[in-house]
Design a protein around this ligand. Structure first.
Ligand code: AMP
Ligand code: ZN
Length: 484
């Protein structure tokens, strides 16, 4: 922390204790973060991507605060059943059968698509370990905890949740018949018990299966995050993140495994859970149900792009809400975010030629102060955005100073304000029938016609453009001359 504006304690909401806590790194000067990643059996919807925009913003804040960041987003390519609670089929195998491809090809395809979406949302590069690379380590983990904490059934090795203290504290739902716990596996001791290893049923072969002391089969889903978190970050690490649904089943189960593995007792000391702080983003919701992957076409980033929205307009939309609040998706909301982004990009355009100066300037100090306080207060990005806009609006100030301040803020928000251009924001909808060069040429012709007071030609050009889906925007306050 080199700068006074940045010299505030970072307070984060720890879901485990349901309170704001000051971030104190486990290893001085470092921040180690694990974010539960996607199951790569299908495209990610924009709700999933909200989870990674949140995780990325957290990572950027930690770096901005001066910590050396190690950040994992794992790739689940085996083990996740259609229900989080050990019910149903394996998501990967089910999709492989449906698409008539190998489960490995499915995983590769959707992982690449996911990584493309991360890049388009300007998520900084992270480590993406795959579950299938850690199966040996998962088996070793199972062997270490099996005697004291597990029991074997015909279908696999199960974790007995009554063998650890404070099971379910994160979820605040400890009863056997708590939400989402449907006990259909014959012989489970507690409804919440979950699979460490799932045996391949006799007479069946799975595409993804391994030998283990409990027979041929595949690891349970929860195990991978425990194993990869420990292997890559060491226990306890600083922060574990995920969407709010993981607070109920996946993360309580991870925590139970971690307690068993480390032989730690209750969770009064958060470090016994494997991580110091557990953070959860709330959901992006869409009333008409287009986010459900089972509903055929669903809302994914590519659909936004196809409709002409820049992906960073979606990032901005996420940042406008607090990560712990539900965010309702609407096209109007996305349009508003795009307009806001355009305004910022236009204001920054004037600063692009300036060499960054010293950001310390009394005129910009209040905005920097506001920005730092907001960000340090459990990542209040909504207020931070306002501080950035207020700094942009300050008049009669050296451009280089302003540039330095805005760049510093954008390092946290990740909107790429200095590399985005107006043309970038004018994404062509997939169904556009006309190129940008053609539009520009037509508009030039129209300008000449108007200069010559030939309004008939000018109107005819305008109408013919309208037929091709181009709206001519005379006098647009943002200086945008047209939009598709
Ligand atoms: P999954 O691939 O289902 O494991 O989900 C990947 C990540 O997205 C997890 O962290 C989920 O908690 C999160 N997630 C799922 N749906 C939403 C949503 N509608 N809004 C925000 N995050 C979500
Ligand atoms: Zn996980």
């Amino acid at each position: 922390m080199t700068d006074a504006a940045n010299d505030k304690p970072l307070r984060l909401f720890n879901s485990l204790n349901r309170q704001l806590e000051e971030f104190v790194p486990v290893h001085p000067g470092e921040a180690r973060v694990y974010s539960c990643g996607p199951t790569v059996y299908n495209y990610q919807h924009i709700g999933n991507m909200r989870a990674y925009v949140f995780a990325d913003t957290l990572g950027r804040v930690l770096q901005w605060k001066g910590y050396k960041l190690t950040h994992i987003i794992n790739i689940t390519d085996v083990g996740h059943l259609t229900s989080d609670a050990d019910e149903g089929e394996d998501k990967m195998e089910k999709m492989a059968a449906r698409e008539n491809k190998s489960a490995w090809d499915i995983a590769k395809f959707y992982q690449e698509d996911f990584e493309r979406d991360l890049a388009r949302l300007n998520v900084q590069p992270k480590q993406h370990p795959r579950a299938t690379e850690y199966v040996e380590a998962m088996i070793a983990w199972g062997e270490r905890i099996a005697d004291k904490h597990c029991y074997e059934l015909d279908s696999g090795l199960y974790f007995d949740v009554s063998t650890v203290d404070d099971y379910g504290r994160l979820a605040r739902a400890v009863t056997d018949d708590g939400e989402g716990r449907i006990d259909t596996v014959e012989g489970k001791r507690n409804a919440a018990d979950f699979a460490i290893w799932r045996k391949t049923p006799a007479g069946e072969t799975r595409q993804m299966e391994w030998n283990s002391p409990w027979g041929r089969g595949a690891p349970g889903w929860h195990l991978e995050c425990s194993v990869m978190g420990e292997a890559l970050l060491g226990f306890p690490f600083d922060i574990h993140t995920g969407g709010i649904d993981h607070r109920e089943i996946h993360h309580p189960n991870e925590i139970a495994q971690n307690q068993a593995y480390c032989c730690t007792n209750g969770l009064d000391d958060a470090r016994n859970s494997g991580a110091r702080i557990w953070m959860h983003n709330n959901f992006l919701v869409e009333r008409s149900g287009k986010m459900s992957k089972s509903a055929g076409e669903f809302l994914r980033l590519q659909l936004l792009v196809d409709k002409g929205y820049h992906p960073l307009a979606y990032r901005l939309m996420c940042l406008q809400a607090h990560y712990r609040s539900e965010l309702e998706f609407s096209w109007e909301g996305l349009q508003a975010a795009l307009t806001r982004l355009k305004r910022m990009v236009m204001a920054v355009e004037r600063l692009k030629d300036e060499a960054a100066g010293n950001p310390s300037h009394p005129k910009l100090a209040p905005m920097r102060e506001k920005f730092a306080s907001a960000i340090s207060d459990d990542l209040n990005t909504a207020v931070a955005l306002v501080a950035l806009e207020e700094a942009l609006a300050v008049k009669k100030i050296d451009g280089g100073v302003k540039r330095a301040v805005i760049e510093d803020m954008d390092a946290v928000l990740g909107l790429r304000l200095f590399t985005l251009s107006r043309t970038d924001l004018r994404i062509r909808p997939a169904d556009a029938q006309i190129t940008e060069a053609e539009i520009e040429a037509e508009l030039l012709r129209r300008k000449e016609a108007r200069a010559a007071k030939d309004f008939a030609t000018s109107d005819a050009i305008r109408n013919s453009l309208a037929d091709k889906g181009v709206e001519v925007m005379d006098g647009d306050p943002l200086g945008w001359e047209w939009r598709l």
